[in-house]
Design a binder for this molecule. Structure first.
Ligand code: BTN
Length: 318
């Protein structure tokens, strides 16, 4: 997959045509044609009378790579329109751990539990290749997201919600053997659905800086002790202590979300006892915190109940 050379020569804001002609070695008309093509592919290229360039904060390699502080994000493929960054990363056979694929738009963005992830321009859609992750990866990634976004709370396991409950960002974890594909969608400028919010509604956002901060925060959370991850997640969540409805693969459970288990599973007090949910979608969260005087440690059902999955979930269980 060859990167477009004209794209790699562009800077944030506008640069005068003579400078661009010199940098790319292309005459103006050929350069303009290339830029129009890039724009049609979804890259945020500005073409004006006085010159051309990229929208500020565009995560092109020449802008993102100098911002990276750790090992995640390299090597990097920056693309325009793709079906799904998860599939591009999966198809990148010799990609090493830390490799990053980002696209400006996706035609078949995937969400959790087979849902579609709407991917209009102006947001962030990317996938990172990881290895040797543990069962807490979804929580670790959620914490990194909340830290980088500086806004919002976490709904189990890792949806980032705006203070009014609309969804700002989501994470999809898929695995193939030891390779783990961590896909992240952040609504930066556009909220594609009535139930979603854009981060830019709450603060000014530079997409390249946001992405670099996420990768650095993720690297940090990947190294943290499990107990610290669970504690930090409990402090930043909007699920525990509330009445919730959770769709697991097989059924819909309703109850009080009392805590996280050691593997990051959601412990739910239902009418028929305490259940551990390893994989599921919290489809409704009560607005008020509820007291649970009945919870006692070690009371969780596991296996056999038909609710707990009775196995440690791998990353693909998300
Ligand atoms: C969710 O359902 O909350 C998870 C959404 C994950 C969407 C991201 S966008 C980049 C990557 N590519 C995809 O197709 N999905 C993930």
């Amino acid at each position: 997959m060859l990167e477009n050379l004209v794209l790699l020569h562009l800077a944030e804001g506008l640069e005068p045509w003579p400078i661009l002609e010199e940098k790319t070695g292309l005459p103006r008309e050929a350069l303009k044609a290339e830029l129009l093509q890039l724009k049609a592919e979804g890259f945020p290229v500005r073409i004006e009378e006085e010159g051309a360039g990229l929208e500020p904060g565009t995560p092109a390699p020449q802008i993102l790579l100098p911002l990276l502080r750790g090992r995640l994000g390299r090597p990097y493929r920056y693309l325009g329109l793709v079906p799904s960054t998860q599939d591009v990363l999966r198809g990148w056979r010799d990609a090493p751990c830390g490799a990053l694929v980002l696209a400006e738009r996706q035609t078949f963005g995937r969400g959790r539990h087979g849902r579609r992830w709407e991917s209009p321009p102006g947001n962030l859609y990317f996938s990172v290749l990881l290895e040797d992750t543990d069962n807490l990866l979804p929580l670790r990634a959620g914490l990194a997201l909340a830290e980088a976004a500086e806004v919002g709370v976490l709904k189990w396991p890792n949806d980032l919600l705006a203070p009014d409950g609309r969804k700002l960002a989501g994470i999809l974890v898929e695995a193939q053997g030891k390779r783990v594909f961590l896909g992240v969608g952040i609504n930066v400028r556009t909220a594609p659905l009535p139930s979603s919010a854009a981060l830019a509604e709450f603060r000014p956002v530079n997409r390249a800086q946001l992405l670099a901060r996420f990768l650095w925060a993720l690297e940090n959370w990947l190294e943290q002790e499990k107990e610290r991850v669970l504690c930090a997640w409990r402090e930043r969540n909007v699920t525990l202590g509330r009445w919730v409805v959770v769709a697991t693969g097989n059924e819909v459970l309703e109850g009080l979300a009392v805590d996280l288990g050691p593997q990051g599973e959601l412990l739910l007090r239902t009418k028929s006892g305490l259940k551990a949910v390893f994989s599921g979608d919290v489809i409704s969260v009560g607005t008020k915190e509820v007291e649970d005087p009945e919870v006692r440690e070690g009371e969780t059902e596991s296996g056999g109940s038909g609710h707990s999955e009775g196995k440690r979930p791998g990353p693909s269980a998300e």
